[in-house]
Each structure stands twice: as C-alpha cells, then as structure tokens.
Design a protein around this ligand. Structure first.
Ligand SMILES: [Zn+2]
Length: 468
C-alpha cells in the first residue's frame, strides 16, 4: 500500500465534513422525558440525532443497526475481530448566555459554536468521516470496525448498558470523548453517603439547628451555612477572628436569637480537592470549639476529625497510591445536618487503578461507627486501565506522534471517561493539549482545524487497527 497522507484525505472532504457537522449539531439532542416512547427511550431530539447518523451510514453503504433506540452502530470491514469507537450524541442542556443560539452551529473565527461541538457530536462526526475515508480508500482490512453510538452518556449510561447486553463487546477500542493524546488509566470512583442515627441525649449551652454545604459529591463545596442558637455574642466574636486567622470570607446574621454563619470556600472538581477550599469542613472546624448536645457534637467531631484538610484519607486511614494513577483522593461534597434527624456526609472517593474498594469501605464504616454514623448507600465504579504495552496503546501512540510530531504522553486521571464502558478501551481526543476545555459551558465550540486534525488521526488509527 502506498503512503497515505491522512490530513490531505480529510482536507479533500473538509467542506462536506463541516456541513455535516453543522447539520448534526443543529439537532437538539437533549434528554427529554416528555417525548420519550417506543424506540426512543431518551426522547425525540436524541432519537433524531441517532437516526440522522444511522441514515447517513446506510446511504454510504455501511452496515447499520439501531438497538432499540438506546444506541446504534455503523460497521465496516470483515473478519472475526471487532474494533470499537465509542461516541455519544446526547448533549447537556445549553444553559444561558450564548453569543449565538446554541443549536445554530454558527462558525466564527475558525470555530463551530454549538452545544455538543466538542462533547461529543463534533468528534462523533470526525470518527464517522474517518471511517468513510478508510472505506473510500479501498484498503484491505482483516477486522471489523464499529462506531458505537451511545445516547445517554450525559445522564445514566443506560445506552451502553443496553447495547452491550445485546451486542458484541469489541476486543479493543477507543472513545473520542476526552483528551489527546491518550488516557489509559482512570481511577475507581466510590460514592458513599454516611448518615447519623438521631440521638436526643444531652443538654448543652448551644444548639446546632441545621448545617448545609454542597450539592454534588464530585465538587468541593464553596459555601457552608450553619444555624446556631446559643451564646450569640461569643460565637460571633470567635467567628470574626476565625475568618481572620484562616483568611476566609464569610458572614453572619443574627435574627431572633438564631445566628446564621455563612462561610465561603473555593469550588473545585472533586477529583483533586486540593485545588479548592472545602467550606463545609472548615465551618465544622470552627464549630468544634463549641459545646452542643451529644448528636451535634458527634456530627461536628466526625467531620472535623476525619474530613477537614485531608484529601488523601490519612485521618480515616484509607490512603493508597500507585505509580500508574497516584493517590487515593477523598472529597466531602455534601454535608448536612438537621437537629431533628441528625447529620450526613456525602463522600466522593477516587482510588488507584491497582486497588479495590473493599477495605476502604470497611475501614470507613469502622471509623465512623463510634460517632453514630453508618454507611447508608454507596456506588462503586471500578477503576479502568489498559496496559501501556498493549497493542492498542502502542498503535495510537505511533499514529499520534506520526501526525502531530508530538510525544504521545499517556495520561492517567481521577475522572471517569466513556472509555471505561469498553472492556479494553482508552480515551483518544478530541481535546488537544493546551486547548481550553469548554465542554458543558456556554459558547462550547470546536476549532475547525482540530476537527480536521482529529478526523485524520481517527482515520489512520482505524486503518492501523484493522488493516491486513
Ligand atoms: Zn462526553
């Protein structure tokens, strides 16, 4: 086979690629309970986007399949072995503040602006064109390649659950739904909710009426609010000096004997709590200087003992680390307390790829039990990791370096990407190093140049993975 200039092959089709990407982005593929029905489990918009792509594939002469509206695939090639590219066509709601309407797919300054441009409809179209190029070049292949089209990555991943229950799992594959060069390791993600048994024992000078901080387990809370009845003047005085010492922003308010304390922290993604300041655990630290009834004391003590300023689980005794993925991290994303019910802590723990969560869970249970807390619920998404010597990783690295001239560094992350739903899968693009990640934000866009570059990378990757 003569040398193929992949970028040139994409350039030849660039006009169509852009037009098709725009048309695809103009479909409002947001989860919609109102319009869901038989064959369209996530509503009309998502179903329209799925039909759009499958119809295109069919016209092009690919084998296509719609798997009950949950997912679909576009297949090319022959042979026993199957390679997968896992994409998704659902998008998060656009929100406000867009410069041009979020589903207009307007092009300005070499960028196409739309909800889904980067995550993940732009890259999905790039993968489709990549496959189309490989087909049009008429190369000899010995494997099959499937673009698997998921439809609810942004909510429950019911699409891939359903798809892989009924369809073949590729022997290997990649998901163009994160970063270039290659993400080969993703930590395990353990979410736990600890709740306190209510206990009315003990009288004390102060009452903690309520406490609330954080709304999502995977975010560092940037606000905490406590409502306290008691020695108001000493509480307020101490609070002022606490804010000064800790160099934190906060405020207080006294109405009808109730002191409301507000503390501001710094929000950050839960995968690295050190990038933020947890307003919740800081406010518990302040409250730990006061005496409340038994239940409130236990709540405050558990929180300030185990969770304050300790994102590695040292105080809980759950630290672990490996060379591939680094430290276990723990984020206390939600803290709440109600005098009549007791308290609760919502934890988001990300553990290294070579570990499992069993001892972590049992240690936590053991440590919080003396404070009247127990594990009310948990969910565990296992770590995901492909060996760095694996043929898949080696091939994608070679393709990336050949086309970009850059080293294809292997990335390990605390987050979870769509690649974890493949048995052997890595994330491969579409965001190039140094580009801002504007997925899920207003004015989401994809650089046309990057769309072209990603298409060329995917085309060669497909070729190298399925060629004879
Ligand atoms: Zn995505």
């Amino acid at each position: 086979m003569k040398h193929i200039n992949w970028l040139e092959e994409v350039e030849k089709r660039k006009e169509d690629l852009i037009k098709d990407t725009q048309a695809f982005l103009q479909i409002e593929s947001i989860l919609d309970e109102e319009t869901k029905g038989e064959g369209a489990p996530f509503g009309k918009g998502i179903n329209d986007a799925l039909q759009f792509l499958l119809h295109k594939g069919e016209k092009e002469g690919f084998i296509v399949k719609n798997v009950d509206g949950y997912a679909g695939h576009i297949e090319f090639g022959e042979g026993k072995d199957l390679v997968g590219i896992l994409c998704h066509i659902d998008v998060v709601p656009p929100g406000d503040g867009w410069t041009s309407p979020p589903f207009s797919a307007e092009i300005r300054d070499g960028k196409v602006f739309a909800r889904g441009a980067l995550d993940d409809k732009g890259p999905t179209m790039a993968a489709y064109y990549a496959l189309k190029i490989v087909k049009e070049l008429g190369v000899d292949v010995q494997k099959r390649l499937r673009i698997i089209i998921g439809t609810d990555e942004e909510s429950s991943w019911g699409c891939v659950d359903h798809y892989f229950k009924h369809e073949e799992m590729p022997g290997l594959g990649f998901a163009p739904d994160a970063d270039f060069p290659i993400i080969y390791a993703e930590k395990g993600i353990l979410d736990c909710t600890l709740t306190q048994e209510s206990d009315s024992r003990g009288e004390a000078p102060n009452h903690l009426l309520s406490f609330s901080s954080g709304r999502r387990l995977n975010m560092v809370p940037d606000l905490a609010i406590a409502r306290v009845v008691g020695d108001s003047s000493s509480i307020i005085e101490s609070y002022e000096s606490f804010l000064g010492e800790q160099q934190l922003n906060g405020s207080y308010n006294l109405t009808d004997n109730v002191v409301e304390l507000k503390l501001n922290g710094v929000s950050a993604h839960g995968m690295e709590p050190r990038n933020g300041v947890n307003a919740g655990t800081k406010l518990l630290q302040f409250l730990s200087a006061f005496s409340f009834n038994h239940q409130a004391n236990q709540f405050i003590e558990a929180g300030s003992t185990y969770f304050n300023e300790d994102s590695r689980g040292n105080k809980l005794g759950i630290t672990s680390s490996d060379d591939i993925s680094g430290d276990l991290t723990i984020n206390v994303g939600i803290i709440s307390y109600d005098e009549s019910k007791g308290g609760s802590f919502g934890l988001n723990i990300r553990y290294p790829v070579t570990q499992n969560s069993d001892t972590t869970i049992s240690t936590i249970k053991e440590k919080v039990a003396p404070y009247g807390f127990s594990l009310a619920s948990f969910s565990d998404s296992k770590p995901h990791h492909v060996d760095k010597e694996h043929e898949l990783v080696k091939t994608l690295q070679r393709v990336y370096t050949e086309q970009t001239g850059e080293e294809a560094t292997l990335l390990s992350i605390g987050g979870g990407t769509y690649a974890r739903s493949l048995e052997v899968g890595v994330a491969f693009g579409p965001l190039f190093p140094g580009r801002p990640d504007i997925a899920h934000q207003k004015d989401e866009y994809m650089e046309i140049e990057d769309l072209v570059k990603a298409t060329a990378l995917y085309a060669q990757a497909i070729y190298e993975l399925i060629k004879k």
